[in-house]
Write a protein that binds this ligand. Structure first.
Ligand code: GLV
Length: 319
């Protein structure tokens, strides 16, 4: 019987189909298997189900003598050495479908929150109580309607955000490695611009690109300086797309107005300076953190394993 290794803690019920077909190993510890544990176990396994922050690197792949599939629990796959896996004939898959809508929803949520100061007002009401300054000219935010959002990275999530932004009456410009075709641009009401024009024009800049060596620090000191002083930066993609030290400096210098961040450069937590800023909304990588999405992602992971091993489901392969 083929052997499948799941490295993370997840609702077990949703793996039933996988368990009916294969010998599946789950972690018993709260935190899932460690990298070292997986390195020891991997020679016995035909497939591994990995989380987006679990490194599937050369070292691990070299030990994976039987491995045929890496099924990643995420749309992003910057944790995997895809080129090396592919060279070894190992199929790598991801979960784009269930992830698209919730991540775009969160990007819109962060945009609205940062613009209308929702979390800031909530925090102040709770902490300051009746001494919070309230009045028609207090706590003024900015509108998103009639404003321009610049979407950096027009893949599935970028497009889903464009639809939401359209519905809110925003103008949408975007930058992508390749422009969309005219029909799609027309349907989505989006206009392709250079990265420079996007930064100089957008009231909101939303990062929706994958993390690759080319996109690392795609927003750094120079790019922040190109943005409008009134602009708000949103990142729901991966932390290292933004130079977080440069962002702190830009916010301190009022080079830009604010930020909404779901991901951070240095792991699970933002730099402490960001935690002190009222014009920054912070969430701990919750882009896909809904019950429904978690379950749909498990199904996608399992179907990718079954499809790759036995051909009975179509797979979403990363190449
Ligand atoms: C989440 O971060 C994902 O890549 O799906």
């Amino acid at each position: 019987m083929k052997k499948i290794l799941v490295t993370y803690k997840m609702f077990r019920d949703d793996f039933k189909e996988l368990e009916s077909l294969y010998d599946v190993t789950f972690p018993t510890e709260k935190k899932g298997f460690t990298y070292d544990e997986v390195c020891e176990m991997i020679p016995a396994y035909d497939a591994i189900c990995s989380m987006f922050d679990f490194p599937i690197d050369k070292n691990l792949l070299d030990k994976a003598t039987k491995l045929k599939v890496v099924s990643n629990y995420a749309v992003g796959y910057n944790n995997i050495d895809v080129a090396y896996a592919t060279e070894k004939g190992i199929i790598v898959t991801n979960t784009p479908d269930p992830v698209t809508a919730p991540t775009a929803n969160l990007a819109l949520g962060l945009m609205l929150d940062a613009a209308r100061r929702i979390t800031e007002c909530d925090r102040k009401l709770r902490t300051q109580g009746t001494s919070m300054r309230i009045g028609v000219l207090e706590n003024l935010g900015v509108s998103i309607t009639n404003q321009t959002v610049g979407i950096f990275g027009m893949g599935r999530i970028g497009k889903a955000l464009a639809k939401r932004a359209n519905a809110c009456g925003m103008k949408v410009i975007y930058h992508n490695r390749r422009p969309l075709n005219i029909e799609e641009e027309t349907t989505l009401h989006v206009t392709y611009v250079s990265k420079e024009a996007l930064l100089a024009t957008a009231d909101f800049v939303s990062i929706n690109a994958p993390l690759t060596p080319e996109t690392h620090h795609t927003i750094g000191e120079a790019e922040l300086k190109q943005m409008k002083p009134s602009a708000i930066l949103i990142n729901t993609a991966r932390g290292p797309l933004v130079d977080e030290h440069a962002l702190v400096q830009a916010l301190q210098d009022k080079t830009i107005r604010g930020a909404g961040l779901d991901v951070f450069e240095f792991g699970n937590y933002p730099l402490p300076e960001l935690m002190e800023m009222d014009n920054v909304v912070l969430t701990p990588h919750i882009g896909t953190q809904t019950m429904d999405t978690r379950i749909e992602m498990v199904h996608a992971v399992c179907h990718n394993v079954i499809g790759a091993l036995d051909g009975t489901y179509p797979i979403t392969q990363v190449i």
